[in-house]
Write a protein that binds this ligand. Structure first.
Ligand code: GLN
Length: 486
């Protein structure tokens, strides 16, 4: 029986198994079938994946040079463009739309010999925290099927959690990789803004969006980032800062001199579950501080970050989503003999779901002439101030610790009718997107309700290597959560 632990072990397995990629793909296809009810995939590329696996097995037999992700089975959030495959952002408005080019990350995955096995369910246009806003229906958390997997990349998180692929890619505009990773008990990384090309990623909030990675261990996530990251001339916001080689340096124990801070106000915030608070503070004070220099960090802006995030991202979304008008892409209203304006209106009213409409309206409002300064300009000022404050924090620190989410995964339906409560639960994740720094969620602990929870670590821009070294250390030393579904 095939079992997956890490890409490194899998590559050793491939050296000893001539048809190893085919074995792996068949294993995943049958697991996906067995776990179909979780609804994490909206489409599975079974035939293609088998064919690709056979080609890769052949490639090894011929002794050709192998890609870094040779035979690695990957799933993609339904928001990343894969040429000649359907792409819908889990929205009716993109019904039957087929991608006409590869996203840069897809180009790089394929060039590295990865096998793309399917397209993952998500919240419509990546807006949400539970994967309940999808035209394909909700996704179930494999650790407890009555609970949400988090969102918006819920399907991608569950595919890794339930052992339906080796790694998966999601997008993180305000936590959509880290929060579902936390809810599902796996690792979720949001790289520095500009580290990974956004070319071919359907835009939600363009100055926030970043493609992120789900995995089971740090070396796998780091390897995947090395493959998909780095400058791309097709994305003007992708950075020219050279990407480090993470692979060989991760295992190095991070120096004891690594300065770690924890946001006191984040751990004292009233929204944080009390059991998590006790456990996390105890962990920082007794374990992290044994290995590193740890200090408290004051941060009086916590209550401003969610409002600033929702003003700015909805403003960007209202502009980004204006292109879906029934003329250029996907769905068009079936009503006939109507004016062009009516066609736009009907298409958008019928094609977008409730949450997406709410955000387009909110974004249009905050950008409107009479309110622009009161909301949009003000939120931009908050963002600017946060960026300055963050620079100061990282003058004295290498790593900053926060919770990932105020609670473990909650029950399906619990928050869906209360958008404000849902938005407020993004309190710990949106900060990294507002200031563009990398952040990772690590699944370290088990809650008494049976669900996993972890901590979130951040560092300054382009310091992913420090984040990986620190995270690898914590995962090796202190991980007490075992994923029961693998
Ligand atoms: N929960 C956040 C939101 O709904 C995050 C979304 C995301 O990162 N794509 O906006």
């Amino acid at each position: 029986m095939f079992s997956f632990r890490s890409i490194k072990d899998y590559h050793i397995f491939l050296q000893n198994n001539v048809d190893g990629c085919s074995i792996a793909v068949k294993h995943y296809l049958s697991k996906i079938e067995e776990k179909k009810h979780l609804n994490s995939f909206v489409e599975v590329y079974a035939e293609e994946a088998i064919k690709k696996a056979e080609q890769l097995d052949e490639k090894r037999k011929e002794g050709k040079p192998l890609g870094e992700l040779h035979g690695v089975v990957v799933a993609l959030k339904d928001i990343i463009s894969y040429k000649d495959h359907k792409l819908s952002a889990s929205s009716k408005i993109l019904e039957n739309f087929t991608a006409i080019y590869h996203a840069t990350v897809v180009e790089r995955l394929l060039a590295a010999d990865a096998i793309i096995i399917g397209r993952n369910n998500c919240d419509e246009f990546a807006m949400g925290s539970t994967n309940e806003n999808s035209v394909y229906g909700k996704v179930l958390n494999a650790a407890d099927e009555t609970r949400v997997p988090g969102g918006s990349s819920g399907g991608s998180a569950v595919s890794v959690q339930a052992g339906l692929c080796m790694i998966s890619l999601g997008s993180d505009t305000g936590g959509s990789v880290r929060q579902p990773a936390d809810f599902c008990g796996i690792i979720g990384l949001k790289p520095t803004y500009g580290r990974v090309s956004r070319y071919g990623l359907i835009a939600y909030g363009s100055s926030f969006d970043q493609i992120g990675i789900f995995g089971n261990n740090i070396p796998d996530v780091a390897l995947a980032l090395n493959v998909i990251g780095g400058h791309d001339e097709l994305d003007a916001s992708s950075s020219l800062v050279e990407q480090e080689e993470y692979q060989n340096q991760i295992e190095k124990t991070p120096p004891k001199t690594l300065r770690v801070g924890y946001l006191k106000d984040a751990f004292n915030h009233e929204s944080l579950d009390s059991e998590m608070k006790t456990k996390l503070i105890d962990f920082i004070k007794t374990q992290v501080s044994k290995d590193f220099t740890v200090e408290e960090v004051d941060f009086e802006y916590l209550d401003y970050i969610v409002p600033a995030y929702y003003v700015l991202t909805t403003a960007e979304a209202s502009s980004n989503l204006s292109r879906f008008d029934g003329v250029k892409y996907g769905f068009r209203t079936l009503e006939k003999d109507i004016s062009l304006k009516e066609l736009y209106k009907k298409t958008r009213s019928q094609g977008f779901g409730k949450e997406v409409k709410r955000r387009i309206l909110l974004g249009t409002f905050v950008l409107s002439a009479g309110y622009y300064d009161a909301y949009f300009t003000k939120a931009q000022q908050v963002r600017k101030m946060l960026i300055e404050k963050t620079k100061l924090i990282f003058n004295d620190l290498d790593i900053l610790i926060l919770p990932t989410s105020p609670s473990p995964a909650f029950k399906i339906g619990d928050k869906i009718d209360d958008p404000i409560a849902m938005y407020l639960a993004d309190i710990y994740t949106v900060y990294a997107n507002l200031v563009g720094i990398p952040a990772i969620s690590l699944p370290l602990f088990l809650h008494s309700n049976g669900m996993p929870f972890g901590i979130q670590a951040m560092t300054s821009q382009f310091k992913e290597l420090s984040l990986f070294q620190f995270s690898h250390h914590l995962m090796q030393q202190y991980k007490s959560y075992e994923n029961p579904t693998l």
